[in-house]
Design a protein around this ligand. Structure first.
Ligand SMILES: C[S@@+](CC[C@H](N)C(=O)[O-])C[C@H]1O[C@@H](n2cnc3c(N)ncnc32)[C@H](O)[C@@H]1O
Length: 283
């Protein structure tokens, strides 16, 4: 049990936080618009999960890749999952996650956080997992094809991918140099491949999933322009195609002309915004 004054000191000991947590009455320091973004993402991503898997995740094992401070792992546990394994390449994030879960008084037998590169982690030894969360990660890795295939080997029911997208029309992986300066990026500088929407669908389908793209309906797009402009989407990848019928009203079909239109509009809007402001969170 961590004492209240120790909680405040421990929160302050971390150089940055990416999520708002209430820890024994002490809030982690986050800009209000970033906190709103995470709440909107939570609704966007977890509503469909609940509609498919049921209001309770009781009996489920969850894998949270690129778990950061455990925000999404905590949501999965709050929905009643039996166990969550969170993996992140940064020690600081795993320390934050362990601290958050300790202060929240979560039974240690229900979770584990590990500092590992997702490509090096032995997921088979830890699996299988009913639900895998691959949120804010796919566009930061050197090979999304290997990652999705690796996930598929241990995932029995549902994979949720939330990712930045390249807006090129067609199935492409756009090469980009990832800088490792921010705690939200890949832990080391490297070449990464950012997928187009069609590439995500195609990769997941070839690993045995049926895939649907979720339509964002955020109450506010402040700090979430990437979702508004189609530069970011979440994908529900289901082992059983019938699962997608349950969320048909929350998914979008995208035609080639619409992709081109989205790309043109996004370029115009972000150019406009660059003229006025510059902040844009990256989770
Ligand atoms: C943009 S943040 C996303 C955090 C969270 N999943 C979310 O969507 O809100 C990416 C996280 O993945 C971690 N990460 C990036 N590349 C990784 C890798 N190859 N192996 C393990 N963790 C990685 C980063 O340290 C960071 O915490």
């Amino acid at each position: 049990m961590v004492r209240s004054e120790e909680v405040a000191a421990e929160i302050a000991s971390f150089p940055t936080w990416d999520y708002e947590f209430d820890l024994a009455g002490h809030r982690t320091p986050i800009a209000p618009e970033v906190s709103r973004r995470q709440r909107e993402r939570e609704r966007y991503i977890f509503d469909p999960i609940r509609r498919i898997l049921g209001e309770s995740l009781k009996g489920k094992r969850v894998l949270d890749l690129g778990c950061n401070a455990g925000y999404w792992s905590l949501r999965a546990l709050a929905l009643g999952c039996d166990f969550v394994l969170g993996i992140d390449g940064r020690q600081m994030h795993v320390d934050q996650a362990n601290f958050v879960f300790e202060v929240k008084g979560i039974d240690p037998s229900r979770y584990e956080f590990a500092v590992e590169d997702v490509f090096a982690a032995d997921l088979t030894a830890a699996g299988p997992f009913d639900l895998v969360l691959c949120l804010g990660l796919l566009y930061q890795v050197s090979d999304p094809t290997i990652l999705i295939e690796k996930i598929s080997q241990v995932n029995t029911e549902l994979l949720v991918i939330d990712t930045n997208l390249s807006l090129m029309p067609g199935r492409f992986l756009a090469l980009r140099r990832e800088q490792a300066g921010s705690p939200l990026t890949a832990p080391r500088e490297q070449q990464v491949l950012c997928p187009t929407r069609q590439a995500v669908i195609s990769l997941a389908e070839s690993s045995g999933y049926s895939v649907a793209t979720l339509t964002p309906s955020f109450r506010s797009y402040e700090a979430s322009y990437d979702y508004e402009e189609g530069r970011r989407r979440a994908f529900i990848c289901a082992r059983d195609p019938r699962a997608l019928d349950l969320i048909a009203d929350q998914t979008e079909a995208v035609t080639a002309p619409r992709v081109a239109l989205t790309a043109a509009r996004a370029a115009f809007q972000s150019g406009l915004r660059r003229l006025t402001r510059s902040t844009r969170p990256g989770t």
